[in-house]
Ligand binder design. Structure first.
Ligand SMILES: Nc1ncnc2c1ncn2[C@@H]1O[C@H](COP(=O)(O)OP(=O)(O)OP(=O)(O)O)[C@@H](O)[C@H]1O
Ligand SMILES: [Mg+2]
Length: 281
């Protein structure tokens, strides 16, 4: 039921998240337009698939967006501290050189419901990479800061995990997280087509329409996990963040399977990193 899917729209007076996402996506790989007007806010998303660094200017406009493959996290948890630190340092240095400023503070995020010591590891990675002042938020709250969902469920499906936050009246009501994301879709595709996982990842992005039928059971598994985590919020729409559901038609699969309204956004993998930057002091 495709009519259950609606494109993301402004949901409060905080501006249109679609425009924000389009403008952030336009900055990827682009040189900045001269020195930005501060104070700048920096967000570091230590993802399982890739690490993303976003810089916002004093008006909250994105002025720098950069990413680097991660490989240092599993299911959202840092498993290779040195590699994660090297990646964040690289991204920080590139941003400082491009913008001509020193970036001393940042916000970073952890997947909800992981042990406190694992969440703290995200802070330590950023500190080891040269940020002296680091704010820590959970990823789903960060995603909500971009989308400004008032009554709805924010679903962040990344490379390794699916995080869910139920928001009522703009306040966080419930938070949950389970393993399962784009990497698991790659495993399904690799098995079905006889490809390596790396080739399956490329195939998934380049042949989205052909890949979708093979991926439907994997997407339904993600949907089941969202259902299980949102039993008390079945009347609320689902707002999709994260890269894993950027495959064309994925929103329809979830909407049809769950018989719920699903709101999709362009460049959904930037929703959480921008929201992390919005959380910076
Ligand atoms: N254009 C695209 N089409 C389909 N899938 C995509 C696309 N871009 C990214 N992905 C998928 O999105 C996933 C990465 O999403 P994201 O960047 O949100 O994850 P992450 O933040 O690194 O992981 P996590 O939040 O689980 O730690 C990958 O599995 C990748 O295959
Ligand atoms: Mg993520």
């Amino acid at each position: 039921m495709a009519d259950r899917v609606r494109p993301g729209r402004a949901v409060s007076d905080g501006g249109d998240p679609r425009r924000l996402l389009e403008s952030a996506a336009g900055l990827v790989g682009a040189a900045p337009d001269g020195p930005p007007a501060g104070p700048l806010r920096v967000g570091v998303d230590l993802g399982t698939a890739s690490c993303v660094l976003v810089v916002l200017d004093g008006d909250g406009r994105p002025v720098w967006v950069d990413s680097h493959p991660s490989g240092a996290l599993r299911d959202g948890v840092v498993v290779d501290f040195a590699r994660a630190t090297a990646t964040v340092r690289l991204l920080r240095t590139r941003a400082e050189e491009a913008l001509g400023v020193t970036l001393a503070s940042a916000a970073t995020a952890y997947p909800p419901c992981i042990p406190v010591k694992d969440a703290r590891a995200c802070t330590y990675v950023c500190e080891s990479a040269g940020f002296t002042d680091v704010v820590l938020v959970d990823e789903v709250t960060a995603a909500q800061r971009t989308l400004e969902v008032v009554d709805g469920v924010v679903v962040d499906v990344g490379g390794g995990s699916t995080g869910v936050g139920v928001f009522r009246g703009g306040r966080l009501d419930a938070l949950d997280d389970r393993a399962g994301g784009g990497h698991h879709l790659d495993l399904v595709l690799a098995g079905a087509l006889g490809l390596s996982v790396e080739d399956a990842e490329v195939h998934k992005r380049e042949h989205q329409r052909d890949s979708l039928p093979v991926l439907v059971p994997g997407l339904q598994r993600i949907a089941e996990s969202v259902r299980a985590m949102t039993r008390d919020a079945e009347e609320l729409p689902l707002h999709l963040a994260g890269g894993a559901l950027m495959i064309t038609g994925a929103g329809d699969v979830l909407a049809e399977y769950l018989e719920r309204t699903v709101v999709t956004y362009p460049h959904a993998l930037l929703i959480t990193p921008i929201g992390i930057a919005r959380s910076a002091a």
